[in-house]
Write a protein that binds this ligand. Structure first.
Ligand SMILES: Cc1cc2nc3c(=O)[nH]c(=O)nc-3n(C[C@H](O)[C@H](O)[C@H](O)COP(=O)(O)O)c2cc1C
Length: 357
């Protein structure tokens, strides 16, 4: 299957495995790339403990990049999180230095301005894909000189943008607004999602949650089981805001979180339901974080490690796609990608038959 994206990246299928912090390591990324897609190494890849040491963060990433190169000679990506207001840029800068030193083929740059790293990456010959969630993000990324842009709809797992644009509405508007290839992310699980994205004008898909439920993904089996049990109504987006700078009285503006319409999509396990009920149904991600905590048996953990790596879902929440109800098995990456491609063909034939009759 060929699109401009497959040509630019030198990959067989226009399927990009999305970055998911802690659980998208070299093994997963290499498996996706070997299967013909583009694997992506995410933040804290291959780690089970938290470090606040900037140097160690960089060396952990270096080890993962080298491991991925040992496992595949195909292109793969590394996700660099630029960071928004209040974010400590030192980590991002160090990871960028390491990525360039190690000669990563593709960079997926997210959660921040494309102006920060694009020119450095392009000068080094790295293909750059920027992640955004509005048409304005796509235009800014194009102006910065990126090769392609991921438009990530609010259906997706993780932080799903400040404007709640759905993939169905966001992707065609971005396709109309920019010349570079658009990759559709958020809620894509199978061949139907792939073809729908292509019909909207996208030239590839960015799939996160679906790759969580694969044999190679290092997330805990309890997380994979939770995805297998998910239904259409199993997720809920909770509001999430960047903390405001202190106002004149030295206090954060309490209205700020309300004004921003950002969200994180939670998979509704018993623990998440309990917190939401405690807050009268109107919960923010900040309240969720405040309620969850590290687990004693892994003192170097945090809430994400406790949930995704150690499987402590009884006292933690996880984030996942609104389309998680479409996950019914835990295949290898090869099987998953083969199936997405194989099942697209009969759908195309059916569509072309209905169109011509
Ligand atoms: C558990 C989890 C962790 C994520 N971590 C990151 C991350 O570290 N960086 C990032 O840019 N996006 C992150 N995302 C968002 C994904 O890269 C992607 O946009 C999203 O998963 C696509 O939607 P889908 O889950 O419906 O496929 C994360 C998503 C999930 C589900």
């Amino acid at each position: 299957m060929r699109t401009r994206l497959t040509e630019i990246l030198g990959i067989r299928y226009p399927i990009v495995q999305a970055s998911m912090a802690w659980i998208t390591d070299a093994v997963l990324a290499a498996a996706v790339s070997e299967a013909g897609g583009l694997g992506t190494i995410g933040p804290n890849a291959g780690c089970t403990t938290v470090t606040t040491d900037v140097g160690e963060t960089g060396e952990r990433l270096r080890a993962q990049i080298r491991k991925c190169k040992e496992l595949t000679d195909k292109p793969f990506a590394v996700n660099f999180v630029v960071g928004v207001v209040g974010w400590d840029r030192d980590y991002a800068d160090r990871c960028m230095d390491v990525g360039l030193e190690e000669g990563v083929p593709v960079a997926v740059v997210s959660q921040g301005s494309p102006a920060v790293y694009t020119s450095r990456l392009k000068e080094a010959g790295v293909k750059v894909i920027h992640v955004g969630s509005t048409v304005r993000h796509a235009q800014k990324a194009e102006q910065s000189g990126v090769d392609a842009v991921i438009m990530s709809g609010t259906e997706g797992g993780g932080h799903s943008g400040f404007d709640q644009m759905t993939t169905l509405c966001l992707v065609p508007q971005a396709v109309d607004a920019v010349e570079i290839p658009v990759i559709a992310g958020g809620g894509i699980m199978d061949s139907r999602g792939l073809l729908a994205a292509l019909a909207l004008g996208a030239e590839g898909v960015y799939m996160g949650t679906r790759f969580m439920a694969t044999e190679e993904c290092p997330t805990h089996p309890k997380v994979k089981q939770a995805l297998l049990e998910a239904m259409d109504t199993s997720t809920m987006a909770v509001r999430h805001g960047v903390p405001a700078a202190p106002n004149e009285a030295g206090k954060s503006d309490p209205g700020f979180v309300e004004q921003r319409r950002g969200s994180v999509r939670l998979l509704l396990n018993d623990f998440a339901r309990k917190i939401i009920a405690q807050q009268g149904g109107n919960v923010s991600f900040e309240q969720v974080i405040a309620t969850t905590g590290s687990q004693g048996e892994n003192p170097e953990s945090n809430r994400t490690v406790a949930a995704f790596v150690d499987g402590h879902l009884e006292s933690n929440t996880i984030t996942a796609s609104q389309a998680s109800g479409l996950i019914h098995d835990v295949p290898t990456c090869q099987r998953l990608i083969d199936r997405v491609i194989a099942e697209a063909k009969p759908i195309l034939e059916r569509l072309s038959h209905s169109y011509s009759s």
